[in-house]
Design a protein around this ligand. Structure first.
Ligand code: ADP
Ligand code: MG
Length: 391
């Protein structure tokens, strides 16, 4: 799919309405993690360098169409000014004359879009009101692109629209991972449950050459093949679904890689006594909490021969050592191959990003998506309305 970027637009003397994701965590009125604000710097700087004025649009929390003072973006404005190193003026929901009065490199930050019920309804009227404040629409919020809202979808049909730097970077990485990837492509899917990732698995088996299934969801696949998984996390009611996925993979020529050895324990806690066994040897009173070294060795071998990796979900209960071992080892392997230029690696998902950071592997991955829900919907092969509207 083709979309315009900042390079395709003429910003000289124009006002750019820039949709960003600065939905940051706040404690006692202080922003505790500035990452999301830091990531909008390239887009803001670039538009200003091209002679444009920047009006930021964002949501904050879930006020559900009502004015909730604790969710006002006025709280965030000082942090945005600090991070951007620019004067930032917060504008209340009336918008008023602030736009006409913009001076020099001043940046406007519009009040929480979700205070207006029209935002989440993708309301044409609200989109028009927003559009009237600027000349060009820039979407830099990939993480909000899976929702058709006035500021992510409707507005893109009213003004000339393009992707910001962050959005363009994310789309480029995703395109390389699953759109038109260099083969062989490996997907690693782990995490707790099959039920939350059915669409994702269904989409991947048709697209990748090797699919590693790990974490709690691997137990469901083992059980579906008649293996006793003891007290492991397992969705027995999804046995048939799991078998369907295996059949679909077989038809599509996708190799499914399930645990070749398992690490079991009797307690779900750090340092719990554990043993490594064959996949069909889980004792009735034990739980499978990680994959073993033989599985890791096999995954490493597949990664060695692969060109592209896309990863969502840890291979084990990574929060409690030593059940982070398989996740850490596979992550280290992928990171080393990426660093050596042998592998394009893209990963995303809340716990996955935490696990890769914990493994010290995140920096060497080609791209780490922090987009959460939008990343998962993209892995499911869904059309993201905020991206489609830019095309
Ligand atoms: P993401 O947020 O990256 O999409 P998930 O939320 O699907 O990932 O999965 C992460 C969770 O899966 C973690 O809390 C982890 O402890 C859990 N998990 C992984 N393997 C197991 C297992 N064998 N038994 C129980 N929980 C597991
Ligand atoms: Mg999660």
């Amino acid at each position: 799919m083709a979309w315009k970027t900042l390079d395709d637009m003429d910003f000289a003397g124009k006002r750019a309405l820039v949709r960003v994701d600065i939905n940051v965590p706040v404690e006692d009125g202080n922003v505790t993690d500035l990452t999301r604000i830091e990531r909008i710097i390239p887009t803001v700087d670039d538009i200003q360098e091209k002679g444009g004025k920047v009006i930021l649009m964002a949501h904050f929390g879930r006020p559900k169409g009502q004015i909730v003072p604790q969710m006002s973006l006025e709280i965030i404005a000082p942090a945005v000014a600090d991070v951007l190193g620019l004067p930032v003026t917060w504008v209340n929901s009336d918008y008023g004359d602030a736009v006409a009065e913009m001076e020099g490199d001043e940046v406007l930050l519009l009040e929480n879009l979700r205070f207006n019920p029209g935002e989440e309804k993708n309301d044409e009227g609200f989109a028009k009101r927003l559009a009237s404040l600027g000349d060009i629409y820039v979407n830099d919020a990939f993480s909000a692109a899976h929702r058709a809202h006035a500021s992510t979808e409707a507005i893109a049909h009213i003004l000339p629209a393009c992707a910001g730097r962050l959005m363009a970077e994310e789309l480029h990485a995703l395109e390389m991972a699953l759109g038109t990837p260099v083969r062989p492509v490996v997907a690693v899917v782990g995490g707790a449950k099959v039920s939350t990732k059915l669409d994702l698995l269904g989409n991947l088996v048709g697209k990748v050459d090797h699919l590693v299934i790990g974490g709690g969801m691997a137990n469901t696949f083992l059980a579906a093949q008649g293996i006793d998984v003891g007290k492991s996390l397992c969705e027995h009611d999804l046995a048939e679904t799991a078998r369907d996925i295996l059949t679909k993979a077989d038809t599509a020529g996708c190799e499914i890689i399930l645990p070749r050895d398992i690490v079991v324990a009797r307690e779900f806690k750090a340092g719990a006594a554990n043993e490594t066994l064959a996949p069909d040897a889980c004792p009735a009173d034990a739980m499978i909490l990680d994959a073993g070294p033989a599985t890791v060795a096999y995954i490493s071998d597949v990664l060695e021969r692969a060109q592209t990796l896309v990863w969502n979900g840890p291979l084990g209960a990574f929060e409690i050592a030593p059940f982070d071992a398989a996740t850490n080892a596979a992550a280290a392997k992928a990171a080393a191959l990426s660093k050596a230029g042998q592998l394009i690696s893209v990963a995303g998902g809340g716990d996955t990003v935490a696990a890769l950071n914990q493994a010290g592997a995140a920096d060497d991955f080609s791209y780490i998506s922090t987009a959460g829900g939008a990343f998962l919907e993209w892995m499911e092969g869904k059309n993201l309305p905020g991206v489609a509207a830019l095309g």
